[in-house]
Design a protein around this ligand. Structure first.
Ligand code: NDP
Length: 291
């Protein structure tokens, strides 16, 4: 069984990015600059943003964290986005999700300059991705594709079952896995909460990409021997033995499923770090394309 180690792979790719920064930027150019907008005090969001900023430092990017209170109004947030869109020193930025309930996430997303949309959520980028044109790919699906590519997991002609159809993971990874490219060329089934006979479908999978947000959902009796599993889920479960009082687990019952797998990504340390690495790659792309 191959452990698809997102930490180790990210370290390798981030070193490659750091070398590009040194080679290209030297003393004549400023480095790429990523900004992150964080609204409110959601502890998980704070941790994600912290990791993104830390990753920027690691590869030599500049970064700016823009913190706003939970009470920010829609128009204040839109004004902030306009000012970031116009800032020539910011190459790419993200608005960390989720935003508070009173904020219209769709309107925020539509206001982001597609050329700075390094999360790849803007419809321009999503549409371009669907058409196979150059775009910023959404960071998590992009990180998964990088993982499959670097670990040379065969996808051509394989049956890939995607669990979940969200706009940020399930739907885009379905498009990417089925496109005519490498990795890609898979025959993809997308499953969701209304899917019937799910175990029958997952047992016929060569590759399972689990993105449901339900801890330990994928059990050993749902998969066949030799399957490759990418576990996207990040779920907090109570753990009295942890100093934080909780620990993070995936959507897959890793300990009982791993023996049946040809390859599997762990949680934590799988797709999570690859998502941040993909964000760095997108920021690099935004920076270079501006140049
Ligand atoms: P969403 O809640 O937006 O989507 C969950 C999907 O799972 C929905 O499409 C839902 O179906 C489907 N689903 C729910 N129950 C079932 C079921 N019993 N059988 C089949 N499908 C089901 O989640 P996200 O896509 O945003 O995130 C999924 C997980 O991935 C979460 O744990 C999240 O934290 C994690 N995540 C991890 C990232 C990383 O960097 N590693 C990045 C982003 C997310 P329906 O559409 O019918 O409701």
């Amino acid at each position: 069984m191959i452990l698809l180690d997102g930490n180790k792979l990210s370290e390798i790719i981030r070193k490659e990015i750091a070398i590009r920064v040194i080679d290209f930027c030297g003393k004549d150019h400023r480095p790429p600059h990523l900004a992150a907008v964080l609204v409110g005090n959601n502890p998980a969001s704070q941790a994600y943003v912290r990791n993104k900023i830390k990753a920027c430092e690691e590869v030599g990017f500049a970064s700016t964290l823009i913190k706003k209170p939970e009470s920010i109004s829609q128009s204040e947030l839109l004004n902030l986005i306009d000012s970031i869109n116009e800032d020539p020193l910011i190459d790419g930025y993200i608005v960390q999700l989720p935003v508070p309930r009173h904020i219209d996430e769709v309107e925020i997303n539509l206001r982001i300059d597609p050329n700075k949309d390094v999360d790849g959520f803007h419809p321009n980028n999503f549409g371009r991705m669907a058409l196979g044109l150059s775009s910023f790919l959404p960071a998590t699906p992009m990180g998964i594709m990088m993982m499959l590519d670097r670990y040379q997991i065969p996808t051509d002609g394989k049956h890939c079952v995607v669990l979940g159809r969200s706009n940020i993971v399930g739907t885009p990874i379905t498009l990417l896995m089925s496109k005519k490219s490498k990795p890609g060329n898979a025959t993809v089934t997308i499953a969701h909460s209304r899917t019937q006979n799910l175990s029958q479908i997952t047992r016929s999978a060569d590759i399972i990409i689990a993105a449901l947000g339900i801890p330990y959902f994928v059990k050993a009796d749902m998969v066949s021997d030799g399957v490759c599993i990418i576990d996207v889920g990040i779920n907090r479960i109570d753990d009295a033995n942890s100093s934080k009082g909780y620990r993070l687990v995936g959507d897959v019952d890793f300990e009982n499923v791993k023996h049946k797998c040809s390859a599997i990504s762990p949680v934590p340390g799988g797709v999570g770090p690859m998502t941040i690495t993909a964000l760095l790659e997108n920021t690099w792309k935004a920076f270079r394309e501006k140049k």
